[in-house]
Design a protein around this ligand. Structure first.
Ligand code: IPE
Ligand code: IPE
Ligand code: MG
Ligand code: MG
Ligand code: MG
Length: 330
């Protein structure tokens, strides 16, 4: 998803996108001018959130010359290569949807550190063996395997250092619990393990695939929404709705990732296209085919939109962001 991608013509999937309840009610009541104005407002708001994330990353991560410089350079290398910043934007936007109990920026940076660690390790030769990430050589190509491994370890640890440094008491406990749960052996790492175990499998089931997607990807998107909600002061029932949103949005997000791997080009993706088929990964495209994968991503997005519609004020920015994710190009 790039700002450019948002401004340019609607992708084919956008017609499915518009089936989303919230989108439909907007389309029914708004004039063409209102729709264009809403789009511009969304794009500007997304840009503002991303800029806040970039500044936060630069300010809160140890400078590159911190000893040992090679390690801190490697931490910043993949972190500052760009990326959509979806998880930290979700933290900031969800906090804004509820109010401001606490500054969500350090937590947003923590989410991006943890996500980036998962990418650095995911790319290692012993995992997906990828050479390109965020349009740059992967960390182990740019540095070496041991440095990439340690930079990933350091980013993971740093995400919890950030929470410990910037939050107190009950909130610190709740934020740490959500991040640790999502990153755990039963979620992110468990999903990664089953992703590897399912490589080359010819009899993988839809349930196995759901386990992989829910845990390697949806758990972290859920954590971003919950952490934003906690920073904003969401109630328990609102946190429940955010949990539902994360599950559906996360599934849709990983299904789209599978579709893009099979259909997009390397330059647009900023990572090597066609890797899943090459590695024999169990993906939505492999198990259900391209058309069914597209439909499933749209259905999951609609379910996420239905949960968001029940939040105070209908969470318009999050609703739009969830819809845009369905039509993303990278
Ligand atoms: C890639 O995540 C890994 C998945 C969970 C699919 P993103 O597609 O969010 O990657 P970046 O952060 O934009 O690089
Ligand atoms: C990895 O999924 C998700 C995590 C990093 C946890 P993929 O292996 O499909 O992600 P990409 O396609 O390399 O970004
Ligand atoms: Mg992988
Ligand atoms: Mg991968
Ligand atoms: Mg992928």
């Amino acid at each position: 998803m790039t700002t450019k991608g948002i401004k340019t013509g609607r992708p084919a999937l956008a017609s499915l996108m518009l089936a989303g309840r919230a989108q439909q009610s907007v389309a029914n009541h708004a004039t063409r001018g209102d729709i264009a104005a809403a789009r511009m407002e969304f794009t500007a708001q997304l840009q503002a959130y991303r800029e806040r994330v970039e500044r936060g990353l630069d300010e809160l991560i140890p400078p590159a010359d911190t000893r040992p410089a090679r390690l801190h350079e490697a931490m910043r290398y993949t972190l500052q290569a760009g990326g959509k910043r979806l998880r930290p934007v979700l933290v900031l936007a969800t906090a804004d949807a509820f109010g401001r109990r606490a500054n969500p920026l350090p937590a947003a940076v923590a989410l991006e550190c943890l996500h980036t660690y998962s990418l650095v390790h995911d790319d290692l030769p012993c995992m997906d063996n990828d050479d390109l990430r965020r349009g740059r050589p992967t960390a182990h190509k740019q540095f070496d395997e041991a440095t990439a491994l340690l930079a990933g370890d350091a980013l993971l640890t740093y995400s919890f250092q950030l929470l410990a440094r910037h939050y107190d008491g009950e909130l610190a406990h709740a934020l740490t619990r959500e991040l640790a749960e999502a990153a755990s052996s039963e979620h992110l790492i468990g999903g990664q393990m089953e992703d590897l175990l399912a490589e080359k499998k010819t009899d993988a089931t839809a349930d196995e695939l759901d386990f992989i997607h829910l845990n390697k990807t949806a758990a972290m998107l859920t954590a971003a929404l919950l952490i934003g909600g906690l920073c904003g002061g969401a109630t328990d029932s609102q946190l429940g709705l955010l949990r539902d949103t994360g599950r559906h949005l996360g599934l849709a997000f990983q299904i789209i990732d599978d579709i893009l791997d099979a259909t997009a080009d390397t330059a647009t993706l900023g990572k090597t296209a066609g890797k899943d088929a090459q590695a024999g990964k169990t993906t939505y495209v492999k198990l259900h085919g391209l058309e069914s994968a597209r439909k499933h991503a749209a259905t999951q997005t609609d379910a996420a939109l239905a949960a968001l519609a029940r939040l105070p004020g209908g969470a318009p920015f999050l609703t739009r962001l969830a819809s845009e994710m369905l039509g993303r190009k990278s």
